[in-house]
Design a protein around this ligand. Sequence first.
Ligand SMILES: NC(=O)c1ccc[n+]([C@@H]2O[C@H](COP(=O)([O-])OP(=O)(O)OC[C@H]3O[C@@H](n4cnc5c(N)ncnc54)[C@H](OP(=O)(O)O)[C@@H]3O)[C@@H](O)[C@H]2O)c1
Length: 239
Amino acid sequence: MERRAIVIGATSGIGRGLAELLAMKGYVVGVTGRRTELLESLRVSNPTAFIAERMDIVRVEEARIVFNRLVEKMGGVDLVIVNSGTGTRNEELDWTIDKQIIEVNILGCTAIANAAMHVFLKQGHGHLVGISSIAALRGSRFIPTYPASKAYLSTYLDGLRHKVKYEKLPIAITDIKPGFVDTAMAQGDHVFWSAPVSKAAEQIYAAIRKKKKTAYITKRWRLIAWAQKYLPDFIYYRI
Ligand SMILES: NC(=O)c1ccc[n+]([C@@H]2O[C@H](COP(=O)([O-])OP(=O)(O)OC[C@H]3O[C@@H](n4cnc5c(N)ncnc54)[C@H](OP(=O)(O)O)[C@@H]3O)[C@@H](O)[C@H]2O)c1
């Protein structure tokens, strides 16, 4: 059976790693992002596997049109990975940074996840994967908006899962929560236990194949998740 996937935000980092891995596993992969030269380099690396479309998810109406056009070109889609995301430290509470995080991580990701759900409902099957973050579990003084945006994405995915389970729809929903992965986004001296993109992509792919509800990437980050959730405030607020 032909397997068709779309990776939103496939130009670099985790998204690119996943797109390459999916192509290796025999998927036809629709790849999107804003940086056309990077999309093109991906496409020429394997022209039979990749179909590229420029997409800026912040331009929501246009992005949804591009998404539906890509699905049409591919003759349907079995797996959609909403991976695009942004976030830089923002101790100054710079509004421009806050706004960009909200636009990409909340508005843009919801616009595409919603479009994917409509495709899945119409075709009668599908698997939606969102890349949230371990950061979703607790607020952070370094970058208050980013964890909040990822908590939104996790809760939104849980809402979609509630809907498909309740209505017994043949649609799977997976929330991927990475810790640090070695990409342009994860820079700085606070970074530890950083995983290579290839390792993260392999573990995300395994979670997708198992249609997991949630997966921590890499697996050891489950420990940090536990600490994030249960560390008392009087300790957390001193870190
Ligand atoms: N690296 C980590 O440690 C880490 C940890 C937890 C979660 N995550 C999450 O993992 C995901 C991937 O991040 P990464 O670390 O791989 O960083 P990255 O290399 O910077 O990748 C970010 C991706 O998002 C896309 N993107 C950003 N703004 C976009 C927009 N307006 N429209 C469309 N695409 C846009 C980028 O494509 P263009 O710039 O070409 O548009 C790029 O492909 C993000 O959601 C991030 O929050 C990362």
